[in-house]
Design a protein around this ligand. Structure first.
Ligand code: ADP
Ligand code: MG
Length: 470
């Protein structure tokens, strides 16, 4: 009988495993996604719970990590058990084949993505810190909007436990770098002293673990685990609002750590005093140390971020394109990065050069995506505010003239400004039928052409809604 060489065996194992992973993934993503992002992946080897796969270029990794991490990790775990790990390798030769040679000039180094397991069980004695290596101070661009937050974060990373910034509370809007910064603190502490016990988690995760611990009679173990940390990093603390029992336990953990001079790092979408629904004693403790906000980046910072990101992919993008993107995407760094990835993705998939047309398309898609984010509820809120009608009334069976008008205008604008179906819109207005929505839209349409004051009102409202969102 033929004896297979070790290499062959490994290669064929990896193929088998990957094939099964693919079939699991295929069930969970649309066909286009599957074909675009998963089919081009090649299995390379399988050794000691490690499956090595090859991707065409480095932004594949980022894209997959950002969008399909759970799906791919679940598949790996199903196939390889909880110890299963996935290693990505970038396929250098094929990058050249994609005729992006001019764009992607360099060999992109091998990147390793650590597996992230979202439960507490495996934490002790060798627990998971949940620190993501790519969040570093080195790739966090300094700008006017983040100066204080960044400087304080670095100080804490360098002299943990010795600053008066305890707790360190950082707040700001979506996609402005809160998670990046607080993770970077953790990474810096680890870099300086790998024995330091650090854990990062979102307050939602904290709550889930807490409930889990309570249900299993392990609330004390839960608390004592966190009380042992040298640094506790909790992201998006606003999700503790309304969760009183979790807040209670968190309060005691906070106190123990603080008294012992251990560092507490928190992020939120608003400053402590605006966290309505969080217990007073927590809010006041959050203000003991340093509170710093992060503002949206200015134009120069946006350009620097884009350039830095492109360089990290080994790609050079013409200045006019970078400027175009930075000019048009202003309020969210995640969107800025998203547009860059979109451009890179379509350039690579269509073997096309990066040009203005691609940039326009990518930026346009982000803008449309944002429009989709105008929610029906938000529209309803603005409209009802304008007509001074109680929001609940438009959802009820109220036939008062001003309520009917507000309802119809809100339906009409929902149709125009969101991508929601008539059915969905109807559901938002007290479960009304789609024909009611059509009727409302036609009614308003009619009034727009007959009556200039209605036209003016609708235009004002449309502006209000769009301005509030973009
Ligand atoms: P938030 O937690 O505030 O919603 P994130 O920390 O997730 O935002 O940031 C969104 C994305 O933007 C991340 O990929 C992050 O690396 C990037 N980012 C944010 N701020 C900066 C910055 N100043 N320099 C470089 N990248 C940044
Ligand atoms: Mg975040």
């Amino acid at each position: 009988m033929e004896v297979k060489g070790k290499e062959n065996l490994i290669a064929s194992d990896s193929k088998k495993i990957w094939k099964k992973c693919l079939s699991l993934i295929k069930e969970n993503v649309p066909a286009l996604t599957y074909n675009t992002w998963f089919l081009p992946i090649k299995p390379i080897s399988y050794t000691e719970d490690n499956l090595e796969i090859e991707v065409p270029n480095s932004f594949f990794i980022e894209w997959i990590e950002e969008h399909y991490n759970t799906i791919i990790n679940n598949a790996i775990r199903q196939m390889l058990g909880s110890k299963g790990k996935l290693h990505y390798i970038v396929r250098d030769e094929d990058v050249a084949n994609l005729e992006m040679t001019k764009i992607i000039e360099d060999v992109v180094p091998t990147l390793v993505l650590e597996e992230v397991t979202p439960t507490i069980q495996a934490r002790e004695p060798e627990f998971e810190s949940y620190l993501i290596p790519r969040y570093k101070f080195e790739n966090f661009i300094k700008g006017e909007g983040n100066q204080l937050a960044r400087a304080a974060a670095i100080a804490i990373g360098e002299n943990t436990g010795e600053t008066s910034f305890n707790p360190f509370f950082i707040y700001g809007g979506v996609g402005l770098g809160k998670t990046h910064l607080i993770q970077a603190i953790g990474n810096r502490i680890k870099e300086k002293d790998s024995t330091k016990k650090i854990v990062y988690l979102s307050s939602e995760q904290f709550t889930i673990e807490f409930i889990d611990a309570i249900q299993n009679g392990k609330a004390n173990e839960f608390s004592s685990f966190y009380k042992k940390m040298d640094a506790l990093i909790i992201d998006d603390i606003q999700f503790l609002i309304g969760k009183e029992k979790t807040q209670d336990y968190f309060f005691h953990i906070f106190n123990t750590l603080h008294q012992a001079g251990k560092q507490i790092i928190l992020s939120s979408d608003k400053p402590p005093k605006d966290l309505k629904g969080l217990s007073e004693r927590l809010v006041s403790r959050f203000q003991w140390g340093l509170t710093a906000d992060i503002q949206a980046p200015d134009f120069e910072t946006r350009i620097a971020i884009l350039k830095n990101k492109a360089t990290s992919y080994g790609i050079t993008i013409p200045n006019d394109i970078i400027e175009y993107m930075a000019f048009n995407i202003t309020t969210n760094i995640r969107e800025l990065e998203g547009s860059l990835i979109k451009i890179l993705a379509s350039a690579s998939l269509n073997s096309q050069e990066i040009n203005m047309e691609l940039a326009r398309k990518a930026v346009g898609e982000i803008a449309t995506g944002r429009q989709m984010n105008i929610s029906i509820d938000y529209i309803t809120q603005i409209v009802c505010n304008y007509f001074e009608v109680d929001e609940n009334k438009v959802r009820e069976k109220n036939r008062k003239q001003e309520v009917v008008l507000a309802r119809q205008v809100a339906m009409f604008l929902s149709k125009k400004l969101t991508k929601s179906s008539l059915k969905t819109i109807g559901l938002h207005f007290g479960g009304r039928d789609h024909s009611t929505v059509i009727h409302a839209c036609n009614g308003i349409e009619q009034r727009l052409s007959d009556d200039s004051s209605t036209k003016q009102i609708v235009e004002t409202l449309r502006n209000k809604i769009q301005m509030g969102v973009s």
